[in-house]
Structures are given as C-alpha cells and as structure tokens.
Design a protein around this ligand. Structure first.
Ligand SMILES: NC(=O)c1ccc[n+]([C@@H]2O[C@H](COP(=O)([O-])OP(=O)(O)OC[C@H]3O[C@@H](n4cnc5c(N)ncnc54)[C@H](OP(=O)(O)O)[C@@H]3O)[C@@H](O)[C@H]2O)c1
Length: 169
C-alpha cells in the first residue's frame, strides 16, 4: 500500500502572516478555488480555532478537528484530542493513496512541519497586518518543485505564487 502523504496547505504573506483576529487578512478568491481543487475528496486536518473561523465542516472532504476539549462535538466532522489521534484517523479513513492536508492554523503548522512531506504554499507578495504566522522553516531541507506565478488585477495587481515544496529525502 502507498504510504500516506501528509501535506501542509497554507497561504502566507511576505511577512509570514497567515491570519488576523481569527480570519484571513486578504480576499483572494483564486486561492480559495485552489484550496478547494486540492482538498476535494481528501482529508483535511485543522485546529479548533481554524475550524471556528471557517464555521462549518467543508463538504466533500473528511474534516478532522483537533482540540484539547474533551466534550467538543461537531456533526459532520471527526473531533480528536491530539495530533497523534488525528494522524491515526487519517490512517484509518484514507483509501491508501489519499493526500491528507494540514490546513492550519499556526499551532497546527508548527507541530506538522516535522512530519509533512510536502507543502503547498500560496506566497502572497505583500505584507499584511496579523497576529498569526507561518513558522520559519529551513529551506535547505525542502526542494521547490513548482512555482506558478499569478497577478490579481482586481486587487491592485496583487502578485501571488502557488508553490510546492517537497522534503528532501
Ligand atoms: N492563511 C492560511 O492559509 C490559514 C490557514 C488556516 C488558518 N489560518 C488562520 O490562522 C488563525 C488560527 O490559528 P491559531 O494558531 O490561532 O489556531 P489553530 O491552530 O487553528 O487552533 C489552535 C487550537 O487547536 C487545538 N490544538 C492545537 N494543538 C493541539 C494538540 N497538540 N492537541 C490538541 N489540541 C490542539 C487547541 O484547541 P482548544 O483550544 O480547543 O483546545 C488550540 O487552541 C486564524 O486567524 C485563521 O484565519 C490561516
């Protein structure tokens, strides 16, 4: 059986900001489309705060929410109390070749960086104000596999890149 793949999926500003007051600091519909395209039919793992900022389980995907609250319940999602349990749920529910996406936020990314093999990063080439950040990572441990450059004319020519990094063996 193909080993399970765990991948980080994040959109990050130039200054590493990923969120502000429990929401995204930018409005970038193309990135939401990209997110949907990548995750549809797969498993998404998120921290409780990210879940609450989304507000509902995302359809067409197995939603796994991580919290330390023992009585937290969300119909339509699997709630677990540790990262280890989240990984276990992914093992149990995947079809063997599925990709499992860690979709944030900062607290989840910090813990997931050590076991993910791939990162899908939307690099937004502008600074934003915010209070949560994507952690620094050692670029020498990651190989840039793909970079698709885009400019959003609607957003004052905001430039953003869809980048795929893979962990070097
Ligand atoms: N730009 C992006 O791509 C992106 C993606 C996702 C989120 N975001 C942004 O990120 C922000 C949220 O990030 P955040 O770091 O504040 O929160 P978070 O990572 O979404 O959630 C943190 C919560 O997850 C639970 N948790 C974390 N580690 C755990 C563990 N090892 N075991 C059990 N539970 C654990 C805890 O929940 P309890 O407190 O319930 O115990 C913790 O308070 C928002 O602003 C959101 O918009 C941005």
């Amino acid at each position: 059986m193909t080993p399970l793949r765990f991948s980080i999926l994040v959109a990050m500003a130039n200054n590493r900001v990923i969120g502000r007051d429990n929401r995204l600091p930018w409005h970038l519909p193309a990135d939401l489309k990209h997110f949907k395209f990548l995750t549809m039919g797969q498993t998404i793992v998120m921290g409780r705060k990210t879940y609450e900022s989304i507000g509902k389980p995302l359809p067409g995907r197995a939603n796994v929410i991580v919290t330390r609250q023992m009585d937290y319940e969300v119909p339509g999602a699997v709630v677990v109390n540790s990262i280890e349990d989240a990984l276990q749920v992914c093992e149990e529910t995947s079809m063997g070749n599925a990709e499992n996406f860690i979709i944030g936020g900062e607290k989840l990314y910090r813990q997931a960086l050590k076991f993910c093999q791939r990162m899908y990063v939307t690099e937004i080439l502008r600074d934003y104000e915010g209070n949560v950040f994507f952690p620094e990572f050692d670029k020498s441990e990651w190989e840039e596999k793909q970079r698709d450059k885009h400019i959003s004319a609607k957003d004052d020519d905001l430039e953003y890149h869809f980048v795929i990094y893979e962990r070097k063996i």
